[in-house]
Design a protein around this ligand. Structure first.
Ligand code: ADP
Ligand code: MG
Length: 395
């Protein structure tokens, strides 16, 4: 028996025209425009971002959309089609993190970060509609932020480059929302492209689009949301970061990005056993990202399965951030036809991805659901994503 999926995982986005009509009903006038920005999945490169390494996310076909109408005063009125939260009012003159409520901290954080950069943000009415599932590791929060910053960049004529928008949304998340996130999610959302993954160097923010057209290769990317959110995720994240910093210090490098696979043997003699395994994950994961980029360019998506598997093993055994549900999702999808699978995201819960031949999709889904039921786990949410376009204006 399959679980009822989160409605957002199957819901098509409202069209720009529908959203504009809804805006008109709510606010009594037409919006100035509609913008969208997608969520993302990280194909490979986990816990490498804060080590100044490489990541390879892709923008997905699930997006946040915002209809916005500029006002002549400094008032802000914000409404989401999701849930039952009602209209939220704020004012540009008094934007502060402490008084921002619920989901509005994401759009308000972006406005605040733009103000900090000296951009004059106008008062506005904003209607949000998103089909990026919340808290499933697909970055529904950055989808909102990237849609809003794209809109404000256009509406204010601020002329920000994508790199600057990336940093402004990071500032919003770090200093307004209070989430210690990096630059991966918004880089994928702002700079993604249909049929491509975004190869991002977290040291200098340079980006290269890499062909990743799973559909064309007869593959689908399944996301298996385990619905597990472990209470020790925050502590686990902090302790992994601390181990990486210690490793870099002992090895005398600026960041673990500067350690090569060939250096690992020597590092083993310098580090305690646990720190060594943490370092080995980061160093080998960076190498796997580079190999994945090469293989995607030369042979295509059908060739990267073993790298996804190796990434999962490294997170499970060396970095120790997996959990039984994620391991079950990976093992059962692999045993039943997926060509490669790994947990994706920060770990201790969240989602796994399984690259699967299209004709085996139903078989893999059924096998994973069965394995979860047999283990007594809560039913997972399973859905497909495809590499899609980055943020854009729709109307
Ligand atoms: P993730 O970004 O991985 O999905 P976060 O905890 O960072 O998880 O962001 C989830 C939060 O984003 C939600 O708690 C909610 O505040 C906000 N959010 C996401 N989508 C919507 C939406 N459609 N309407 C209102 N709030 C949303
Ligand atoms: Mg988030």
């Amino acid at each position: 028996m399959s679980a009822a999926p989160d409605p957002l995982t199957t819901q098509a986005p409202r069209s720009a025209a529908d959203l504009a009509a809804r805006f008109e009903r709510e606010f009594g006038r037409r919006p100035d425009g509609v913008w969208q920005a997608p969520g993302r999945v990280n194909l490979i490169g986990e816990h490498t971002d804060y080590n100044e390494g490489f990541v390879l996310p892709f923008a997905i076909d699930k997006t946040a959309r915002v209809a916005i109408g500029v006002r002549t005063d400094s008032a802000l009125r914000l409404l989401s089609t999701y849930g039952d939260q009602g209209l939220v009012r704020a004012d540009l003159g008094t934007l502060d993190a402490a008084s921002a409520k619920g989901w509005t901290k994401y759009p308000l954080g972006v406005m605040w970060a733009l103000q900090q950069r000296g951009v004059t943000v106008p008062g506005l009415d904003l209607l949000l509609d998103s089909n990026v599932p919340l808290g499933a590791g697909l970055s529904s929060s950055h989808a909102i932020e990237c849609a809003v910053i794209s809109a404000l960049n256009d509406l204010t004529g601020a002329g920000l480059e994508p790199e600057e928008m990336v940093l402004a949304t990071q500032r919003a998340e770090n200093d307004f929302v209070g989430a210690p996130t990096g630059i991966m999610d918004q880089s994928a959302s702002l700079r993604g492209s249909k049929g491509h993954a975004v190869f991002l160097d977290c040291r200098d923010q340079s980006v290269q689009l890499v062909p990743f057209d799973a559909d064309q290769s007869g593959l689908v990317m399944l996301v298996i949301d385990t619905k597990v959110s472990h209470s020790h995720a925050d502590g686990g994240y902090a302790s992994r970061r601390a181990s990486c910093e210690l490793g870099a210090e002992v090895l005398g490098v600026k960041a673990l990005r500067d350690v090569r696979v060939e250096d690992l043997e020597e590092a083993a003699g310098l580090l305690d056993e646990v720190t060594y395994r943490r370092v080995r994950h980061v160093v080998t994961e960076n190498a796997r990202v580079l190999q994945t980029v090469e293989l995607l360019a030369s042979e295509g998506p059908g060739s990267i399965g073993a790298l996804l598997d190796a990434s999962h093993a490294s997170m499970r055994d060396d970095f120790e951030i997996s959990c039984p549900e994620l391991d079950t999702a990976v093992a059962s999808s692999r045993a039943n036809g997926a060509i490669g699978a790994r947990m994706t995201g920060g770990g201790f819960g969240g989602a796994a991805i399984a690259l699967t031949p299209v004709e085996l999709e139903q078989q893999v889904r059924a096998a994973v659901e069965r394995a979860f039921a047999e283990a007594g786990y809560k039913a997972p949410d399973i859905f497909t994503v495809t590499p899609a376009a980055g943020a854009m204006r729709l109307s």
